[in-house]
Design a protein around this ligand. Structure first.
Ligand code: GTP
Ligand code: MG
Length: 201
């Protein structure tokens, strides 16, 4: 997709009312620090519109980015961040859960995992919960630049097996540094949102 405009349109904290958007929404979920905001920037061709940090727990609100007035990217707070108090964690969890449960425009949930790591209990729970909500999560294995090319297939297998991913589940390796995987992910988003231009006969 050619990016013509991106705009952080809505920011939802724990007391906010969620927006009732009328365009497709694409959500990005995953552990804190896995690279959700970095992926969103790469997809939007922006360096730092979505705020990122080397410290986990950067995104603490649900952020809706309007892309070309055509769809929304939804940046979710990460889970599994130990330094956040239990009550704050519960509130963010509830907020995210409420969004994922009630959005009428949510077309796909991308679940991000670090390509170097075994899926955590939180990752597995999230994966199962998303399926329980009736979605087929698409996996993005982030930080591809951190491993050797020869390790890639082995790590993807570890993630697939660790999550007990349903047969046919797509897994996209991605690097925010090299932008490897970006085009494939956009292709997938256009597919899910029905934005593929009709090929002329
Ligand atoms: P929270 O908002 O805390 O949930 O984190 P997040 O998932 O949004 O992660 P964020 O995009 O803020 O990235 C966390 C850190 O990982 C930052 O220091 C990024 O620069 C780094 N990072 C993200 N993606 C990549 C990647 O593909 N490669 C490398 N090398 N670093 C990455
Ligand atoms: Mg973030």
């Amino acid at each position: 997709m050619v990016i013509k405009s991106v705009n952080l349109e809505t920011v939802c904290g724990i007391t906010s009312v969620l927006p009732e958007n009328d365009k497709s929404e694409i959500a990005f979920a995953g552990k804190s620090n896995v690279g959700k905001s970095s992926l969103i920037n790469a997809l939007m061709n922006r360096k730092s519109l979505a705020r990122t940090s080397s410290l986990p727990g950067k995104t603490q609100t649900i952020n809706f980015y309007n892309i070309n007035d055509t769809l929304y990217f939804v940046d979710l707070p990460g889970y599994g961040f130990a330094k956040v108090s239990v009550s704050a964690k519960e509130k963010w969890g509830k907020m995210t859960e409420k969004y994922l449960k009630t959005s009428t425009q949510l077309k796909v949930i991308f679940l991000l995992l670090d390509i170097r790591r075994d899926p955590s209990e939180n990752d597995k729970n999230m994966y199962e919960w998303v399926i329980y909500q009736g979605f087929h999560p698409i996996i993005i294995a982030t930080k591809l630049d951190k491993i050797n090319r020869s390790q890639k297939d082995k790590q993807l297998k570890i993630i697939r097996e660790g999550l007990q991913a349903l047969p046919g589940t797509q897994i996209f390796p991605f690097s925010a540094l090299t932008k490897q995987g970006r085009d494939e992910i956009w292709d997938c988003i256009e597919d899910v949102c029905g934005l593929k231009e009709a090929v002329e006969e």
